[in-house]
Write a protein that binds this ligand. Structure first.
Ligand code: FES
Length: 129
């Protein structure tokens, strides 16, 4: 049964928008259900200054994308990349068990955005040598 916090993040998702010039972008999807998330991050002094996402999916995918954006904002890249599916589920206090698998796509999209940031930062550093 969805809880108030789950419903709040599903019905009023936070940080759901597009960042036009992100420092990192990452996407993830579940081929079985067709749901997908793309995360955008802006980095300042090794911290996630801004995070947003666009999601196409079920209530779980939307609620989890919203929650992980709240959890990751302001964290160091190291801390943010350590956020697990279990961390996100626990942040809801009570999470519909049948939606547990939905937490995977948002966590992977964030990890992918962080990896993309490191890869593009390395390319920028090489181009200035
Ligand atoms: Fe696919 Fe929820 S059913 S992410």
């Amino acid at each position: 049964m969805p809880t108030d916090l789950y419903k709040e993040h599903f019905l009023h998702p936070q940080n759901a928008y597009y960042i036009p010039d992100p420092d990192g972008v990452g996407s993830s999807g579940d081929p079985e259900c067709g749901d997908s998330v793309t995360m955008y991050i802006k980095i300042r002094e090794d911290r996630i200054e801004e995070i947003s996402y666009l999601v196409f999916g079920c209530s779980g995918a939307i609620a989890v994308s919203s929650m992980i954006s709240v959890l990751a904002k302001g964290r160091s890249l190291s801390e943010a990349s350590s956020i697990t599916e279990e961390d996100v589920i626990k942040a809801f206090d009570v999470f519909p068990q049948e939606k547990n698998h939905c937490s995977m796509i948002a966590v992977k999209a964030l990890q992918s955005a962080i990896l993309n940031y490191y890869a593009t930062a390395r390319l920028r550093a090489k181009s200035t040598c």
